[in-house]
Design a protein. Structure first.
Length: 332
């Protein structure tokens, strides 16, 4: 039998017909549960029952919500439930296996249902399947570890070859040591950039790391921007990708290759950080750098920007390459 708490939470407090509210909840593609004040399951919408492969709701009706989760996830569920019972909402992530044994990850918002007199009459949970996002996050972490390992090995091998080649040539020894130290500095900078997504950055520090990671040739990149500007981890990774790609292109084909300066400026535009890259396209050899719209590097930067709700564009104007990146920041 349907509980009084459920009837009050689904009817009295929202002031609409209970059947209509059930119809609305059943249209959601998320898994929605209504719990009683003690955390017992009173209702699951149709999509939730389908996602959980529940054929007979009566088999779980009235069970404590934490009991629907495996032991490793229960402390997370119980803490969120306790917060809701004390009147506070929360958002959590938890995993469990589906009936076929496949692990599924869920992002769950847990909200108290309070009536007009301030009494807790129930708790609503809204669960969304984020398995694909978690797998992508795991793949990114694995790739970062692999790249860090390869970078460290590559610079170690290069230093060893350099020092070995300098043996027997005293006049080259000090130079080899200097280059080896420089390789170690570059390796450290690039390793730190691989960890960009795990923290917030001062934008000026991020740009400095990016420039240092590209060696002496990139020191002609002149940066100007708000000294107090900060960027979150996802934005930092996107900026690292774009600035790194533009710097590599310039070192290979553009102004930096010829020892000329590049301008990189930053400004705050509302809730976004705007970066503007500018360099002369006419090289000392008389050739012109012409970025192609279909070039793989530019296409990659555009795709990565779109994936993070950012925008990247480039154009040739008055003998200069202009590249613009607008990175929106998550609310603090």
């Amino acid at each position: 039998m349907e509980s009084l708490a459920l009837r009050r939470s689904l009817k009295s407090d929202v002031g609409i017909d209970q059947n209509m509210l059930r119809f609305v909840l059943d249209q959601s593609l998320d898994c929605i549960k209504i719990l009683g004040p003690a955390g017992e399951v009173n209702y699951i919408n149709s999509h939730g029952r389908c996602a959980l492969e529940i054929d007979d709701f009566s088999a779980i009706e009235g069970k404590p919500w934490p009991e629907l989760w495996p032991e490793p996830a229960r402390p997370i569920i119980e803490r969120a439930l306790s917060r809701a019972q004390s009147g506070s909402g929360s958002v959590i992530e938890a995993a469990r296996c589906d009936p076929r044994g496949e692990e599924k990850w869920w992002r769950i918002s847990v909200s108290p249902l309070i009536d007009g007199t301030g009494i807790l009459v129930g708790i609503m949970t809204i669960s969304r399947d984020i398995t694909d996002q978690m797998r992508l996050r795991e793949a990114e972490q694995t790739l970062t570890l692999e790249m860090r390992h390869r970078l460290r090995n590559a610079y170690t091998v290069a230093s060893a070859i350099l020092m070995q080649s300098a043996r027997g040539h005293p006049e080259a020894g000090s130079f080899a040591e200097l280059v080896s130290e420089r390789l170690a500095d570059v390796a450290l900078s690039q390793t730190q950039l691989l960890d960009a997504g795990s923290k917030n950055w001062a934008l000026a520090d991020l740009i400095r790391h990016l420039i240092e990671a590209h060696g002496e040739g990139a020191t002609r990149v002149r940066y100007a921007g708000d000294a107090k500007a900060t960027v979150d981890g996802h934005g930092a990774m996107l900026i690292a990708l774009v600035v790194g790609e533009l710097t590599n292109n310039s070192l290979k084909y553009g102004a930096l290759r010829d020892g000329r300066r590049v301008s990189l400026t930053a400004s705050i535009e509302g809730d976004a950080i705007a970066l503007h890259w500018r360099e002369e396209t006419q090289t000392s050899g008389g050739t012109t750098l012409r970025p192609r719209d279909g070039g793989s590097g530019y296409a990659m930067m555009e795709r990565m920007a779109r994936a993070q709700r950012a925008t990247f564009s480039h154009r040739l104007e008055d003998g200069e390459l202009h590249a613009d990146l607008l990175v929106r920041q998550a609310p603090q």
